[in-house]
Design a protein around this ligand. Structure first.
Ligand code: NAD
Ligand code: TYD
Length: 355
C-alpha cells in the first residue's frame, strides 16, 4: 500500500511526510515541482529510507501523474501542492491560476481515470484529500462567528480565489463523477521548515539578523494559528475516518492580532537569545504600508472535526510558538541556505550523481 503526496517538499507537506513516516510504515510517493517554496533538504533524514520515493514534477503534467498512478497504485492521494503566498499572488497571480486551478483540474482528471479503472474493493476504499485554507471564506468582522463549513465562499485575494476555485472543482468531481474526495480548510500554520516569507518565520529571522520587523498597517489583523504537526494529525484523521464528500475545518481556537504575535516572538527571543546591548527585539518593529485588500480577521470553528472525528490539537499557542522560535535558533544553517538560495542546489548535489 502507498499514498501519493503532492507538494510534500513544502512547509506543511514536508512536516506531513516526516510525521507520517515517523508513525506508519506505509510508503509515500512524493511528487513536488520544487518551486522556490519546495525544499528537499527538509526531507534529508529520509535519504536512505525506501518508504519515501521522491519525484520532481508538476501536478499538471498528466503523463507523469498517469505513470505514477499506474506504477505505484496508491490507495489515497493527499494534495498540498499550491502557490501559497498571498503577497506573491498580488504581485503575480498567473502561477496561482496555473497551479491551484489548472493543476488541480488536471490532477482530478488523472485521478478520475485511475479510480475508474480500479477493482470495486479498491475503488471503494480510495480517497482523494484536498488540502485547502480558511481564506476561501473571506474576512470576518470582530464580532462575527468563526467560519463553519457552511460559511459561504467569499475569497478576496488572488491566492484565496484560486484555492476557492480548486475547492469547487474537487466538490464537483465528487458530485458529478462520484470521486471519493475529502476537503480540509485549515487556519494559518506555523512551525519548523516554514519559508521565511510568511509572518512568523520572517519575524524570527529578521529579528536575529538585526533587520526591521515589518508589520503591515496597524497590525491588528487577526489570524487563527495552528502548529503544523496538529494540522498533519488532523489530515491523517480525516483521511482515515472522514465522510466522503465532506469538508472539515481545522483550527486550534487561537485567534491573535499580528502585533501580538510579533511581540510574543520578540519576548521569546529576548529570553532565549538576549541582545548584547540589552535592548529588546521589539525596538526593531516598524509599521509599513498595508497589503492591498488585506483580510481583517480569520477564525475557524473546529467543532465538526472535534465532534465527528474526535480530533483536537496537541499544542497550545504558547507551547507551539516556543518550539518554533527554538527550532529557528537551532537551525541557522537551514535559514542561511534558504536565504542564499543554496537549498536549490540540493537536488543536483544529492541526486545528480545517482542518476
Ligand atoms: P508551500 O508554499 O510551503 O509549499 C507548496 C509546495 O508545493 C512546494 O513544495 C512547491 O514546490 C509545491 N508545488 C508548487 N507548485 C507545484 C506544482 N505545480 N506541482 C507540484 N508541486 C508544486 O505551502 P504550504 O504552506 O506548505 O501549504 C501547503 C498547502 O496547504 C497549500 O495548498 C495551502 O493552500 C494549504 N494551506 C496552507 C496554510 C498555511 O498556513 N501555510 C494554511 C492552510 C492551508
Ligand atoms: P502571512 O504569513 O503572509 O499569511 P496570510 O496572509 O496567508 O494570513 O501573513 C499573516 C499575517 O501577517 C497577515 O495578516 C499579513 C501579516 N504580515 C505582516 O504584517 N508583515 C509581513 O511581513 C508579512 C509577511 C505578513
Amino acid at each position: 500500500m502507498s499514498v501519493l503526496v503532492i507538494g510534500g517538499a513544502g512547509f506543511i507537506g514536508s512536516n506531513f511526510v516526516l510525521d507520517w513516516l515517523a508513525q506508519l510504515s506505509e510508503q509515500i510517493i512524493n511528487l513536488d515541482k520544487l518551486t522556490y517554496a519546495g525544499n528537499l533538504e527538509n526531507l534529508s533524514s529520509l535519504e536512505n529510507d525506501a518508504r519515501h520515493v521522491f519525484v520532481q514534477g508538476d501536478l499538471a503534467d498528466r503523463q507523469l501523474v498517469d505513470r505514477l498512478l499506474v506504477e505505484y497504485r496508491p490507495r489515497a492521494i493527499v494534495n498540498f501542492a499550491a502557490e501559497s503566498h498571498v503577497d506573491r499572488s498580488i504581485h503575480g497571480p498567473e502561477d496561482f491560476i496555473q497551479t491551484n486551478i489548472v493543476g488541480t483540474f488536471r490532477l482530478l482528471e488523472a485521478v478520475r481515470a485511475y479510480w475508474n479503472g480500479l477493482p470495486e474493493s479498491e475503488k471503494k476504499a480510495f480517497r482523494f484529500l484536498h488540502v485547502s485554507t480558511d481564506e476561501v471564506y473571506g474576512s470576518l468582522s470582530k464580532t462575527d462567528a468563526p467560519f463553519a463549513e457552511t460559511h459561504r465562499y467569499e475569497p478576496n485575494s488572488p491566492y484565496s480565489a484560486s484555492k476557492a476555485a480548486s475547492d469547487h472543482l474537487v466538490r464537483a468531481w465528487h458530485h458529478t463523477y462520484g470521486l471519493p474526495v475529502l476537503t480540509t480548510n485549515c487556519s494559518n500554520n506555523y512551525g519548523p521548515y516554514h519559508f521565511p516569507e510568511k509572518l512568523i518565520p520572517l519575524m524570527i529571522v529578521n529579528a536575529l539578523a538585526g533587520k526591521s520587523l515589518p508589520v503591515y498597517g496597524d497590525g491588528m489583523q487577526i489570524r487563527d494559528w495552528l502548529y503544523v504537526t496538529d494540522h498533519c494529525s488532523a489530515i491523517r484523521r480525516v483521511l482515515e475516518s472522514g465522510r466522503v464528500g465532506e469538508t472539515y475545518n481545522i483550527g486550534g481556537w487561537n485567534e491573535k492580532p499580528n502585533l501580538e504575535i510579533v511581540h510574543t516572538i520578540c519576548a521569546l527571543l529576548d529570553e532565549l537569545r538576549p541582545k548584547a546591548e540589552g535592548t529588546s527585539y521589539k525596538t526593531q518593529i516598524t509599521h509599513v504600508q498595508d497589503r492591498p485588500g488585506h483580510d481583517r480577521r480569520y477564525a475557524i470553528d473546529a467543532r465538526k472535526i472535534e465532534r465527528e472525528l474526535g480530533w483536537k490539537p496537541a499544542e497550545t499557542f504558547e507551547t507551539g510558538i516556543r518550539k518554533t522560535v527554538q527550532w529557528y535558533l537551532d537551525h541557522p544553517e537551514w535559514v542561511q541556505r534558504v536565504q542564499s538560495g543554496a537549498y536549490r542546489d540540493w537536488v543536483s548535489k544529492n541526486y545528480g550523481a545517482r542518476s
